[in-house]
Design a protein around this ligand. Structure first.
Ligand code: RB5
Length: 169
């Protein structure tokens, strides 16, 4: 929001691009490559955390790379793709400050931004095709958080996270 407001008087070349970290396993690799191209048309700077080939890999390794960038605030938004999206969601939501949403449809994509302020979008490369994924990504990237009562609910999630971390240490 603030970034857009600050950027609004700037020429295209001067406008700061939003960075998006993206990662997948082998089952999400083909869709990841498609989504990277789409992100460029949305004027996002893509940080590709792999995988780099369709060879079999373990999704937690790539989920961790993207999620740690979001968790530490180094990058604002991330996208993760595995076969179903389930495994990547499990990994991502282990990280503090990450609100990962598995969205294989347009309604969830919109609501996960409006109500949940999701900062990682997760999709299933074996479930959706590239055209649906493109629309999901477009909606997810452009829909703002509504705040208000939803902010209070997110603060409750944060509190749960902090309590659980305190018990561990
Ligand atoms: C890989 O075969 C598959 O298990 C993985 O992509 C994912 O769907 C896990 O949740």
């Amino acid at each position: 929001m603030l970034r857009n407001a600050c950027n609004s008087g700037l020429r295209d070349a001067e406008r700061e691009k939003m960075k998006v970290a993206i990662g997948s396993d082998h089952a999400g690799y083909a869709l990841k490559e498609e989504v990277k191209e789409l992100l460029k048309t949305l004027d996002a700077e893509v940080v590709d955390c792999g995988t780099e080939t369709p060879d079999s890999v373990d999704y937690p390794d790539f989920g961790e790379k993207v999620s740690s960038l979001i968790s530490t605030g180094k990058i604002e938004k991330g996208i993760l793709i595995c076969g179903t999206g389930v495994g990547m969601s499990m990994v991502a939501n282990k990280f503090p400050n990450v609100r990962a949403a598995l969205c294989n449809d347009l309604f969830c994509a919109r609501m996960s931004r409006q109500h949940n302020d999701a900062n990682i979008l997760v999709m299933g490369g074996r479930i959706i095709g590239k055209d649906l994924a493109a629309e999901i990504v477009r909606i997810w990237m452009t829909t703002p958080f509504e705040g208000a009562r939803h902010l209070n609910r997110l603060m409750k999630i944060k509190k749960i996270e902090e309590c659980l971390n305190a018990h561990e240490t």
